[in-house]
Design a protein around this ligand. Structure first.
Ligand SMILES: Nc1nc2c(ncn2[C@@H]2O[C@H](COP(=O)(O)OP(=O)(O)OP(=O)(O)O)[C@@H](O)[C@H]2O)c(=O)[nH]1
Ligand SMILES: [Mg+2]
Length: 454
């Protein structure tokens, strides 16, 4: 995500690292580089000006100039300012009414229909037992209703639609009636998109909003578009009154423009982010996590979240300790690979750790995983615990026993060694208190505990 911006900022930070003290001159120089990098990433001009002025002012503050670690202080300032621009805190959904109506709107192809389903699945997972209804109010595109129905079937959520010549507003009305009568908790309304902003669409949406009195009107913003989408968001806000934004397509060629500018310009919180085509590729928008990712510091917040989702606390803690101490053996390796596989690809997970963006090909296919399993199972207990040297003759015996080629055994031993090395060098999150992005794993967990929308 945002590769070019991240590279430029990291380049800047490492050039600052070479300096013992920061002077006014090199702060001005640094700020100039940030300005260009942000403009290049398509961040709104006004936002860039406000951002760099604020960074400059803080960096010129005495503590930074006199600091013994000016680089870290400077990074912290940039990080904090980014977090502030994107809203500081997570912004949970308003779901206090019965039914709470969530209306999604945005330009054509921005991801509205997909996001309706992602949102439904997300709410369903977080708040078990909530009754959710999707309403197909996009009658612009013939296939839109079918698309939503299919998504609804896939995730097991009811979809309301009317066949034939209905008007979107009357479909919305009927959907609301159904939701009220049948006591749904949440009604999520999919609406039509247009290629460009147009008055007819705004009128339709605004009529729909008056009728539905939605708890949330969520603007769905395609992050690949850059800052142009910010202008569109402003228009939707004027026309319909949005309560927040959902960023989509952050997995692709997303530009930082939308993510960084949209909250500041619209003054409405960023609520969620779509990071892929699959239903599960959807997470709460966390300004700190986004700032971490923009600055190339991994994504510890979402990593912890993912881990919590898939492991129980005890398992997770055990794994963390073993990884941390690099005392894990081949047996742990196998067990952990299995656990990690539940969370997604190893590569995608390692990318979430700070300083591990460039990992090359360290990854596992399912086939390789089966091979690793066979290899480990063919090891003697001493071998598994790393109590003996993995000699050539041992490797040959293991290859024979597990039915894989000797090269595979060699590769696995190499991969294991490399992985151990990697984790040994992994920054200790607990010691990173005060460092931008890492208030320590415990703090992150505590911070998330109070928020049921994690
Ligand atoms: N890579 C990626 N693809 C996404 C994401 N969200 C949606 N898509 C894909 O983008 C395409 C358009 O998504 P839709 O949900 O149909 O968009 P829409 O806004 O409803 O489009 P219209 O109804 O035509 O206005 C689909 O192929 C989705 O699978 C995302 O976060 N990442
Ligand atoms: Mg759609």
């Amino acid at each position: 995500m945002f590769n070019s911006l991240t590279e430029k900022l990291q380049g800047l930070f490492s050039s600052i690292a070479g300096k013992k003290v920061l002077t006014e001159d090199n702060i001005s120089e640094a700020v100039k580089t940030i300005r260009l990098a942000l403009l290049d990433a398509d961040v709104n001009f006004g936002v860039v000006s406000q951002f760099v002025n604020s960074v400059k002012e803080k960096a010129l503050g005495e503590s930074v100039l006199k600091s013994i670690a000016p680089q870290q202080q400077f990074i912290k300032i940039v990080h904090d300012e980014l977090v502030a621009l994107m809203g500081s805190e997570e912004a949970p959904l308003e779901l206090n009414k019965k039914p709470s109506v969530l209306m999604l709107c945005g330009l054509q192809g921005s991801g509205k229909t997909t996001t309706c389903a992602k949102l439904a699945a997300y709410i369903g997972k977080q708040e078990k037992g909530k009754k959710i209804l999707l309403a197909a109010c996009d009658l612009q595109r013939p296939a839109a209703v079918e698309q939503l129905k299919k998504l609804g079937r896939d995730i097991g959520v009811d979809v309301f639609s009317i066949d034939g010549d209905a008007k979107p507003v009357s479909v919305a009305k009927k959907a609301l009636e159904k939701a009220q009568v049948e006591k749904y908790d949440v009604l999520i309304v999919d609406t039509a998109g247009r290629l460009h902003l147009d008055e007819a669409l705004m009128k339709e949406l605004s009529e729909m909003a008056s009728l539905l009195t939605p708890s949330e009107v969520l603007f769905v913003a395609n992050a690949a578009v850059g800052q142009d989408v910010v202008r569109v968001a402003t228009e939707f806000d004027k026309g319909v009154g949005i309560t927040g934004t959902i960023l989509t397509m952050l997995d692709g060629s997303a530009r930082a423009g939308a993510a960084i500018s949209i909250r500041y310009i619209t003054k409405k919180p960023l609520k969620f982010e779509g990071v892929g085509e699959k239903i599960g590729d959807f997470q709460l928008f966390n300004p700190k996590s986004m700032a971490d990712r923009i600055l190339g510091m991994g994504d510890v917040i979402n990593l912890v979240r993912k881990a919590e989702e898939h492991f129980n606390e005890e398992e997770a803690l055990k794994m963390e300790q073993k990884l941390r101490k690099a005392t894990f053996t081949y047996a742990d390796y196998l067990q952990q690979m299995g656990m990690v596989k539940k969370m997604g690809s190893l590569k995608s997970l390692l990318k979430m750790l700070p300083g591990m963006g460039a990992l090359g090909d360290l990854d596992f296919s399912d086939k390789q995983f089966v091979q690793v399993e066979a290899i480990v199972l063919s090891m003697t207990p001493e071998e598994r615990e790393e109590k003996v040297e993995m000699s050539h003759s041992r490797r040959k015996r293991i290859a024979k026993g597990s039915g894989v080629a000797l090269e595979e055994v060699n590769r696995m031993v190499k991969g294991f060694t490399r992985m151990k090395q990697l984790f040994k060098n992994m920054p200790d999150l607990k010691k990173m208190k005060g460092f931008p992005g890492f208030s320590g794993l415990e703090d992150i967990k505590n911070q998330m505990k109070g928020n049921k929308w994690r």
